[in-house]
Design a protein around this ligand. Structure first.
Ligand code: URA
Length: 431
C-alpha cells in the first residue's frame, strides 16, 4: 500500500477501506508518513468528505494508536461527558461532583483550552495545589474511594489524534464533520467509560454553526460509540451566547462553586441537569427522567454536591481554604465595560466574548502560550436583558494586556433590538 495512492483515491471521491485507513493512521503515528502527505490527504477529505463507515474506521484506528484506559477495577457503570467546545462551559466542574454525590462513578480525563474555548484542566489548576496529573492506578483508586477524579489526559491516549489535530489546526481542516467525530470519539473510546453524553454545541460560538450540521455530527458520534458497545446520548445545546456569566479559569471555578451551592445561572444549571439526568439513568441508579432531574436539583440545593466537590479538591491536593472566598483567586485589577447603546440584547457573539477573554490572557493562541488563571470577564447582561446607555455590561478582570481590545470585542459582540428574546437552550436529544 502507498500513501500517494490513498491520497489520489480520496481526491477522486472514492471510499477508503478499513485497511487503507489503518495503514495511514499507523504510518502517520509512527512517523513513516510525512506531514506534507497527511496535509494533502486531510484537504482531500475536506473537499470529498467521508462516509460514516470511513469515519468509524478512522475513530477506531486512532483509538488503537495508543493506550486504552481500563476502568474495569471500578465497580458499577462509569460515566463520561464531552462538550464539543464552548465559551463559559464549566459544566464538568459541576456535573462530576453532582453525579458522584448521587453514587455515580465519574472518572474523567479532560483537556486544556485552545483558542477561544476553555479547558477543564486549566480551570482546575486555578485552585492552588490541585494536581491534574495522577498515575492511572491513583486515578482509579480515587474513583473507587470517593466516586470521582478529574485529571488531564494520562498515559498515551490516542496519540494519532494529538498529531493529526495539531496538523489540522494549521492546515484549515478542523471544521469537517467526519474528522471532528473521529477525533472526539477516538479519545472517548480510549478513556474507558461505559456511558457517554455528548454536548454538541451549535451557534456562532461553536464549530457547528447550523443545527443541521450539529445533528449530523451528533448522530455520527452516537453511532460510533454504539458500535463499540457504549451507552450513548447526544444533546444539541445553543452557543448563541456564553454559558453562564463568568469566563476565564478562576472565574469559572467561582461560578461552578456558586452553582454547586444552588446559586447558579439558569442556563448553566439547565444544561448540567439535562446531561446529569441522562447519565443518572444510564448508570442504573434512577429509571425516571423527571425524577432524576429532581434529585439532581436537590443535590445542588442541599449541599451534598458541593461537599463532593470539596472531597474531590482535597483528594487531588487542592487548597480547600482558597474555596472559602473564591473572589481571592481573581485578579484585583478590574475594568468595567460600559454600554454605549440602549435596548434589549438580541444576540451575543460567543466567539468574540471568548476571544475577549483570550486577549486578556485567559486562553492560548498557540499551544506554547502562558495562561493567566486569574483574568477573564463577568458578563452581567445576556440575551433578553434590557440595557441602558451607561450600564455596566461586563467587568473585566485584567493584568496588563488586551484591555482595550477586549472591551471593543465585547461591545461589538452584542446586537440590540426592540423586543425581548427568549433563548431555547436544549434544541434536540439524540439517543
Ligand atoms: N474537539 C476535538 O477533540 N477534536 C476536534 O476535531 C474538534 C473538537
Amino acid at each position: 500500500m502507498h500513501m500517494i495512492d490513498i491520497i489520489a483515491k480520496k481526491r477522486d471521491g472514492n471510499v477508503l477501506t478499513k485497511e487503507e485507513i489503518s495503514f495511514l493512521i499507523e504510518g502517520y503515528t509512527k512517523g513513516r508518513i510525512p506531514d506534507y502527505q497527511m496535509s494533502a490527504f486531510l484537504m482531500a477529505v475536506y473537499f470529498q468528505n467521508m462516509n460514516d463507515e470511513e469515519a468509524t474506521y478512522l475513530a477506531l484506528a486512532m483509538r488503537d494508536s495508543g493506550d486504552s484506559i481500563d476502568l474495569s477495577p471500578i465497580k458499577g457503570i462509569k460515566v463520561d461527558k464531552h462538550s464539543t467546545g464552548g465559551v463559559g462551559d464549566k459544566v464538568t466542574l459541576i456535573l462530576g461532583p453532582l453525579l458522584a454525590s448521587l453514587g455515580v462513578k465519574f472518572a474523567k480525563m479532560s483537556g486544556r483550552g485552545l483558542g477561544h474555548t476553555g479547558g477543564t484542566i486549566d480551570k482546575l489548576e486555578s485552585i492552588p495545589g490541585y494536581r491534574v496529573e495522577l498515575a492511572v492506578e491513583e486515578f482509579i483508586k480515587q474513583v473507587q474511594d470517593i466516586g470521582i477524579a478529574i485529571v488531564g489526559q494520562s498515559g498515551d491516549v490516542a496519540p494519532a489524534d494529538k498529531k493529526l489535530y495539531a496538523l489540522r489546526d494549521v492546515t484549515a481542516t478542523v471544521d469537517i464533520i467526519p474528522l471532528i467525530a473521529s477525533s472526539i470519539m477516538s479519545k472517548k473510546l480510549a478513556s474507558g467509560a461505559d456511558a457517554i453524553v455528548l454536548d454538541v454545541k451549535v451557534g456562532h460560538g461553536a464549530f457547528m454553526k447550523s443545527e443541521e450540521d450539529a445533528v449530523k455530527l451528533a448522530e455520527l458520534m452516537v453511532g460510533i460509540g454504539r458500535l463499540s458497545g457504549k451507552k450513548m446520548t447526544a444533546i444539541l445545546t445553543g452557543m448563541d451566547e456564553p454559558l453562564g456569566h463568568k469566563i476565564g479559569n478562576a472565574l469559572e471555578v467561582y461560578e461552578a462553586i456558586e452553582t454547586l451551592n444552588g446559586e447558579g445561572p439558569k442556563d448553566l444549571v439547565e444544561v448540567t441537569i439535562e446531561i446529569g439526568a441522562h447519565l443518572l439513568l444510564d448508570s442504573g441508579l434512577e429509571n425516571d427522567f423527571d425524577k432524576a432531574k429532581i434529585r439532581l436539583h436537590e443535590a445542588l440545593q442541599n449541599g451534598t454536591a458541593y461537599q463532593k466537590f470539596l472531597d474531590l479538591v482535597e483528594a487531588q491536593g487542592g487548597d480547600l481554604k482558597s474555596l472559602d472566598n473564591p473572589a481571592l483567586l481573581l485578579s484585583k485589577k478590574t475594568v468595567p465595560v460600559v454600554s454605549t447603546k440602549e435596548g434589549y440584547i438580541m444576540d451575543i457573539n460567543a466567539l468574540d466574548i471568548g476571544r475577549a477573554a483570550m486577549r486578556l490572557g485567559a486562553g492560548r493562541e498557540t499551544k506554547e502560550d502562558k495562561v493567566y488563571l486569574d483574568v477573564g470577564l463577568d458578563l452581567h447582561k445576556k440575551i433578553g436583558y434590557y440595557v441602558k446607555k451607561g450600564d455596566v455590561i461586563a467587568t473585566l478582570y485584567v493584568r496588563e494586556k488586551g484591555i482595550e481590545e477586549a472591551k471593543n470585542l465585547i461591545l461589538n459582540a452584542i446586537t440590540f433590538g426592540k423586543e425581548k428574546k427568549h433563548v431555547v437552550l436544549i434544541k434536540k436529544t439524540i439517543k
